[in-house]
Design a protein around this ligand. Structure first.
Ligand code: ACO
Length: 399
């Protein structure tokens, strides 16, 4: 092992690494990515196998505890999570203090930060019982908060969670059920959403996970750290890209601009326009998640009986971009966000709910990294260096 702090002191060298392109801030045993080969594994298991055969909660356990749970462990955990879905009634009133036009991501991060006020005295990062309980609380309550943010944005009443339902079905009911009718879960939507959530569960040291780790390294509790992660995810270069892709597709459709012309504008960097949902810091080959999402887009839309011209437009954009030297030279491929929005839209989610769906997906990864960091004896408070390039010492006027 290398002691980087003393190396820096001894040599006088500080690495300047914008965007942390070459700097590892931690060791981690959770997720493996080979960006050149397009490989993604959680705890050694290929993402393709997990997406096909597992469930959101089973994968969450795997990320958190390193092994797949036994059937009994999973059943007990699932039961505990179901029993923590209720929000304090006072917290429900918190939603009414926000405008209905609020973006659901802002509501989600604010309400997650507010959750910690209900568990003061029970949120000590050094107390394993607190950590375990708050892991369960966050897994149980974040989907409820996200669904309420959705309901609020459309002026509908909040439903109580239905704990007879599975994690995903409960979430669908909270979003699409109403007080007047019995809600029937569509199994196609349910399975497709479960698969998408699994694909998002972790992605090692991405911006939001690194944020969770950085905030957590100060000794902040899980609620504060996860709330910070939600804010980092919100940006259009990260999780917010799924919303930005759909907006981009809709704008191209509505403007009547040809795909070729749009791609030309991207290549010329006109007004900073980018092909959203393309490119990745780590993947320089196809993002394996994007491959799976693209397959499911066709399947799910067909099964739901939806024909969306935006899916055709996305495919055309992908084809034009992949055969263009600009994208080839820069090794830019579709990332996970390129096709997810089309599926979420077919399920009935409004565009502004796409990134909250990503947040629910990513929550287990954030919690697993927070816990790994907490248990690592080498963890230190995160504190990047800088190279000062400002004014030299000078005197206040008149002195
Ligand atoms: N459209 C057009 N050009 C792009 C794109 C894109 N989507 N992505 C990268 N490029 C170009 C850059 O302009 C740069 O070109 P240059 O060498 O001529 O200056 C080159 O490719 C390298 O790109 P960087 O920005 O240096 O790559 P970086 O690793 O820093 O950024 C990022 C990665 C942020 C994902 C970038 O590809 C991007 O902005 N993509 C669009 C937003 C997006 O889809 N984000 C989701 C990422 S996945 C996730 O977070 C879940």
């Amino acid at each position: 092992s290398v002691d980087f702090a003393s190396f820096t002191k001894q040599t006088g060298h500080t690495a300047l690494d914008y965007g942390f392109v070459n700097t590892a801030a931690t060791k981690s045993a959770i997720t493996f990515i080979d960006g050149d080969e397009g490989i993604l594994r959680y705890r050694g298991y290929p993402i393709e196998q997990l997406a096909k055969n597992s469930t959101y909660l089973e994968v969450a356990w795997l990320l958190l505890y390193g092994e797949l749970p036994t059937a009994d462990q999973l059943a007990e955990w699932d039961d505990k999570i179901r029993h923590h879905t209720l929000l304090h009634e006072d917290l429900k009133r918190f939603f009414s203090s926000l405008p209905h036009t609020a973006h659901p991501m802002s509501v989600l991060s604010a309400a997650t930060a507010a959750l910690s006020t209900y568990y003061e005295g029970q949120s000590d990062p050094n107390n394993p019982e607190h950590v375990e309980l708050n892991t369960i609380r966050l897994l149980a309550k974040l989907p409820v908060i996200a669904a309420y943010a959705h309901k609020k944005s459309i002026g509908h009443a909040f439903l109580y969670p239905d704990n007879s339902l599975s994690f995903v079905d409960n979430f669908l009911k909270l979003n699409f059920g109403n007080l007047a009718e019995v809600y029937e879960v569509n199994p196609v939507t349910s399975r497709a959403l479960e698969r998408l959530l699994i694909l998002h569960e972790d992605h090692e040291q991405n911006a939001s996970t690194s944020t969770v780790r950085l905030v957590g390294s100060t000794g902040a509790n899980q609620f504060s750290s996860i709330s910070a992660g939600i804010n980092a995810l919100y940006g259009p270069l990260h999780g917010g890209a799924n919303e930005a892709v759909l907006d981009m597709l809709a704008r191209i459709r509505d403007s009547g601009e040809s795909v070729q012309r749009f791609v030309e504008r991207v290549k010329n960097k006109e007004d900073g326009v980018k092909l959203m949902g393309f490119g990745h810091r780590v993947y320089k080959n196809f993002d394996p998640r994007a491959k799976l999402v693209k397959e499911s887009a066709d399947e799910v839309l067909a099964e739901l009986g939806v024909h969306d011209p935006l899916l055709d437009l996305a495919k055309e954009l992908e084809e034009v971009a992949l055969s263009d030297d600009y994208f080839k030279e820069r090794r830019l491929y579709p990332n996970v966000d390129f096709y997810t929005g089309v599926i979420y839209k077919a399920m009935g989610f409004p565009t502004r709910m796409f990134t909250p769906l990503f947040a629910i997906g990513r929550l287990p990864g954030w919690l697993a990294h927070w816990t790994e960091m907490q248990n690592d004896p080498q963890t230190k408070i995160g504190r990047p260096q800088q190279l000062y390039v400002g004014a030299p010492e000078r005197n206040y006027p008149g002195l």
